[in-house]
Ligand binder design. Structure first.
Ligand code: DGL
Length: 275
């Protein structure tokens, strides 16, 4: 069967509640430089981690409707909270592939732990969903999983305080109970947290391996595009990535430029409630 070149050249939709999903977009850019990304950050409604399941599903549906107007060929839910609460619900409604960040992160943690003790940090919603634990146990049923919500990390990252003494103090308080469990692996189960990786590593110490699910998610996406025969061949002029938010576009853009290997020169605001 010949490939539909327009489909192959279509963008990948990536979304998060804010800037956190940029850590996943960054990995996609590194691993698949020929792919075009359409990113949406729901900056008007962040954080998702303290919201109810039904609200997170409603927000996710609206964002997917918006991304569909951009004719995306696949969607990456670059938000653990939305992956935990909405992914399964919306999957059945879509005719394009969609993946989240929880399963890839759980699989890699389960495969690298030596003592079977794995910590997960994330939003209140992600930890309460126990989805990381479910996927880890599918892979290694004897694993012990210790989940701790770290809700203040998201506003601290959105504020840009990634190397701040206040954030260090907060991390010490949140992570102290995990240090007593003997974990050798810790999943950064919120896409904002890789931006605090150095600080979290300093608190946890060298013997704990930090897992950033963004890397494995991008690798899964690459496999999936290949399997469906819809990878971008990278021929012709490269289409620029597009960035959309629901609020504070300028702030988002300066943040994006501080972490992406890409020059973001435009970010547009979308009235996401209309979708
Ligand atoms: N970055 C998101 C996550 O991975 C959500 C943070 C939030 O909106 O609470 O869970």
């Amino acid at each position: 069967m010949s490939k539909d070149i327009n489909k192959c050249k279509a963008p990948i939709g990536v979304f998060d509640s804010g800037v956190g999903g940029l850590t996943v977009a960054r990995e996609i850019m590194r691993q698949m430089p020929d792919e075009q990304i359409v990113y949406f950050g729901d900056t008007a409604r962040v954080p998702y981690g303290s919201k109810s399941k039904s609200t997170i599903i409603r927000y996710t549906r609206q964002i997917i409707n918006f991304l569909k107007t951009k004719k995306v060929k696949a969607i990456v839910v670059a938000c653990n909270t939305a992956s935990a609460y909405a992914l399964e619900e919306v999957k059945a409604e879509l005719d394009i592939p969609i993946i989240g960040v929880v399963k890839p992160g759980a699989e890699v943690a389960a495969s690298i732990t030596k003592n079977g003790k794995i910590g997960v940090i994330g939003t209140v919603a992600t930890i309460e969903s126990k989805l990381y634990s479910k996927y880890i146990k599918e892979y290694n049923e004897d694993a012990l999983v210790f989940g701790t919500p770290c809700p203040l990390f998201v506003p601290l990252v959105e504020e840009g305080w990634v190397n701040d003494a206040v954030t260090f103090e907060v991390a010490n308080r949140y992570l102290a109970p995990l240090q007593d469990t003997g974990i050798d692996t810790l999943i950064l189960g919120c896409t904002h947290y890789p931006l605090l990786k150095n600080l979290i590593g300093e608190v946890m110490g060298e013997e704990v391996t930090l897992v950033n699910p963004a890397y494995e998610t991008a690798a899964k996406l690459k496999e999936l595009l290949k399997e469906k025969g819809i990878e971008n061949p990278g021929t012709g002029k490269k289409t620029p990535h597009e960035f959309y938010v629901s609020d504070a576009a300028e702030r988002f853009m300066s943040f994006a430029n501080s972490i992406l290997p890409y020059d973001v020169d435009t970010t547009r605001t979308v009235s996401i409630e209309e979708y």
